[in-house]
Each structure stands twice: as structure tokens, then as C-alpha cells.
Ligand binder design. Structure first.
Ligand SMILES: [Ca+2]
Length: 447
């Protein structure tokens, strides 16, 4: 009798836990590499991105979201840990690997320790597939220990994650200084197609389980090289893309020689001197956005078919901005507004005022505490970001509105109307822009 009572007690507890678990929302995080807000919702009508635009009508688009560092590794560090990358170590591409994940868990680790199945596909942390070591595919050396239930290495035809990251068509990798910065071919597979294969397998498997899940998928385009299917480039054939070029900034400001663009790829003309070539590069960047948009559409369609869409939080996030000729720069790695600004979108199962964007200034570090609140989880001590739930309910809610970012030895602070860049060493104000009167940041008020 005693055994029977204990068994009934255990069963009741199990049912209670199962019920509690099934009430937790699932989380689908879509990370898009090097996506600046080059989308119709941000006034760029010439961009073809119907899937993202449709998604934006279903939740809250944050029109003034700023990343905490203008580079992949430390921007993703800030997203995943909720910590500002305010020192040299945190500004390196190894920021995530060198972090003390036991003391300050990333949000995948935190959600995993609270009953979630956590899965990463593609480039979510800095290393696509989440493993380091030679060719970034050593499963004994994960980038974030204890974070993922499964962290898939989407090597496909590219054989390893490192080749896939900078890959061209059909398994081809990049060769420093030899392979072109722009390319577009018909009827071939590109690296994001391999990522999508794995995403489909993982989503189908997660949809069958009772426990809540967190599935993060990281698409590679529009990261360099600007190589994608020709059908996407054809969309822009007869369109004019505005010339974004602005003069080179004065000495001592944030200019760099576009090393990633010029140093790693075969660049046939100097886009700063050849306006036609500059437009061609911008068209390839646009085509790569349209290519990723097609995958976003497929991701959302698959989620819908899985029957899980109604209980799933969807987040779409770009890891930083990108200069397309502004300040005579082609790339990221500056503290100018254009390198820090990226899209952020959140949809919750009980969304109100869907499709109404918010103009409030927000940070990537805000995502971690927001997700904890949405899932009813406690928050770990290290979090410094703001909970965005008020803005999810009311896009005009009053908030603190300051975005703080770091790069090299400087710190950037963006408010609704101003942008200030300070030296970290002595807190000296180096650059000051009036974002209302001078949104292109051409007039440094300090000089
Ligand atoms: Ca990036």
C-alpha cells in the first residue's frame, strides 16, 4: 500500500512537471550575419525581403536596436551572456571561448539548466556549429560548454565549419586574395543551404518532444563573400541602389582601410573611386539579404507546419551594421552609428499591437533578461540589460534609451538624439554627433 501511495505521488509530480514544462514557450532565434537595417521597414524600399517584412507585421520591430560591439565575436558574446564587452578580452573573436561560463552562464546554458532542450544550427556563437579546434569542428572543444543539448556542425559539402563560413558555391572555400568578393551563380548550393538542411531536421525532431525548446539558427549571408544564387542578383538588375558614399573622416576619427574586404578577397576595382563598381557591390549585398530572406521564409513555414508556432517566441537579430561606402569604408569595425545599428524583432505568443514598431533605443544585452521574463525564469546576476517586455506591450512605453557599445579603446553612447564616443582610458569625449540634424555623422561637434 505504501509503495502504491509513493507511486501515485511520483506520478502526480511527473504529470505536474510535464504540464508545467509544456506551458513554457519555445524560442526560435534567427541570427543573420552582418545584416544592417537594409530592409523596406527601415525605409529601404528597393530591398526584396518579403518574408522578413511579413514577419515584422506579426510582432514588435525595434527600429533603433544597437549592438554592443561592431564585430561578430563580441557582439554575439554580448547577446549570449548579457554582458557588455567592456574590455580587451571581451572585444576579441575569442570572447565567448575565454568567458567563465560556469560563473556567468550564457542564456542557452541558463535555459538548458531550467528544463529546455537547446539546439544551435549554423553561426550562433562565433564559430558556426559551436566547436573550436582545427577547422572549427572538434566536438571535444565546444565554444560554450554546457550550453547546447546539440550543437550541429553544418559542414555539408564544405566538409568543415571553417570552410563553410567563408564558402562559395558547391563546397568551394575562399582563398585569401584569390577568390572574388562578389559572385552569383545559377542552380548551385550555397553554405546557408547546408545550414537549412540541418535546421529542418532539428526543428522536426524538437516539434515531437514534450519539453520546451530553444532552437537558434544562424544564417551566414550577407556576411562576406557576397556570393549567392543569381536569381537574387537579378532582382536588382534594373533597380537603382542609392549611393551611400560619404567623405573620408578627418584624421584621428574612426576610419580604417576595409581590411576584411580588401585584404581577404579579390576586389577588382576600388569602390571608393569607381561609383559603378560600388553600386555593383551594394547590389550583391542586397542580393545576399534576399537570399537569407528566402531562408527566413522557409524557417517560418516549417515552424507553422510543425504545429508549434502558436507557443513559440520568435526573435530575429542582426549581429551588427556594415559600411557600404559610408566614410569611404566597406565593412564593420567602427563605432559609427552605421556599424552599430542592426534589426531586432521579437514576436511573443500573446503579442499585442503586432506590427507596430518601436522607435526606442535598445541594446542586444536586453534580449537575455527579456527572454527570462517571457519564459518565467529567474535571471542570473550578471545581466546588465533592460527587460523589453514593456515595449512588447506598448511600443511607446518610456524607457532609459541609451545604447552602449565598445570597440578598440573607445566607448560609444547613443541616445535618441545624440551619439558620443569617448576614450576608455581617460573618459575624454572624442566625437559628438547630433543625430537629428546630422544622421550621417559628417559633422563632429568636438572639432
Ligand atoms: Ca557578423
Amino acid at each position: 500500500m505504501k509503495h502504491l501511495l509513493i507511486s501515485i505521488g511520483v506520478l502526480t509530480t511527473c504529470f505536474a512537471q510535464a504540464e508545467q514544462a509544456s506551458e513554457k514557450p519555445n524560442i526560435l532565434l534567427i541570427c543573420i550575419d552582418d545584416l544592417r537595417p537594409e530592409l523596406p521597414s527601415f525605409g529601404k524600399d528597393y530591398i526584396h525581403a518579403p518574408a522578413m517584412e511579413k514577419l515584422f507585421t506579426q510582432g514588435r520591430l525595434f527600429k533603433r536596436h544597437y549592438v554592443q560591439a561592431p564585430t561578430c565575436g563580441s557582439s554575439r558574446f554580448a547577446l549570449l551572456t548579457g554582458i557588455y564587452p567592456d574590455n580587451k578580452k571581451r572585444l576579441e573573436n575569442g570572447a565567448i571561448v575565454s568567458h567563465d561560463h560556469k560563473a556567468q552562464p550564457s542564456f542557452p546554458a541558463w535555459f538548458k539548466s531550467h528544463g529546455y532542450t537547446t539546439v544551435a544550427v549554423g553561426k550562433v556563437s562565433h564559430y558556426p556549429g559551436g566547436n573550436t579546434g582545427k577547422d572549427w569542428n572538434d566536438i571535444s572543444k565546444p565554444e560554450m560548454p554546457e550550453a547546447w543539448t546539440r550543437s550541429a556542425n553544418p559542414s555539408g559539402e564544405w566538409k568543415n565549419a571553417k570552410t563553410l563560413m567563408h564558402g562559395y558555391e558547391s563546397g568551394k572555400g575562399s582563398e585569401r586574395g584569390v577568390t572574388p568578393v562578389i559572385a552569383a551563380l545559377e542552380d548551385v548550393r550555397y553554405p546557408d543551404d547546408a545550414i537549412m538542411d540541418l535546421f529542418n531536421t532539428e526543428l522536426d525532431s524538437l516539434a515531437k518532444q514534450d519539453e520546451p525548446w530553444l532552437l537558434a539558427v544562424g544564417l551566414l549571408r550577407p556576411h562576406l563573400p557576397f556570393a549567392c544564387e543569381k536569381e537574387f542578383l537579378d532582382i536588382y538588375k534594373n533597380k537603382t541602389i542609392p549611393n551611400y558614399s560619404t567623405p573620408k573622416p578627418p584624421k584621428g576619427d574612426e576610419w580604417h582601410a576595409s581590411g576584411e574586404f580588401n585584404g581577404q578577397y579579390l576586389v577588382s576595382e576600388n569602390p571608393n573611386k569607381d561609383a559603378a563598381y560600388a553600386e555593383l557591390v551594394r547590389k550583391h549585398y542586397a542580393a545576399c539579404i534576399s537570399s537569407s530572406d528566402r531562408h527566413v521564409g522557409d524557417i517560418l513555414e516549417r515552424l507553422e507546419k510543425s504545429g508549434q508556432a502558436e507557443n513559440t517566441i520568435i526573435i530575429l537579430w542582426g549581429d551588427h551594421g556594415w559600411h557600404l561606402g559610408e566614410k569611404q569604408i566597406w565593412g564593420k569595425h567602427t563605432l559609427y552609428e552605421v556599424a552599430l545599428h542592426s534589426p531586432l524583432f521579437i514576436k511573443t505568443p500573446d503579442m499585442v499591437k503586432a506590427g507596430v514598431p518601436t522607435e526606442r533605443v535598445v541594446n542586444s544585452v536586453d534580449i537575455y533578461p527579456t527572454l527570462c521574463k517571457l519564459a518565467g525564469l529567474p535571471t542570473p546576476d550578471q545581466l546588465r540589460g533592460a527587460d523589453l517586455n514593456e515595449l512588447l506591450k506598448d511600443p511607446t512605453a518610456e524607457t532609459k534609451e541609451i545604447a552602449i557599445s565598445y570597440w578598440k579603446n573607445n566607448r560609444s553612447e547613443i541616445t535618441p538624439t545624440e551619439h558620443k564616443i569617448y576614450s576608455q582610458k581617460d573618459n575624454k569625449l572624442l566625437q559628438h554627433y547630433d543625430l537629428k540634424a546630422d544622421p550621417k555623422e559628417l559633422n563632429n561637434l568636438i572639432k
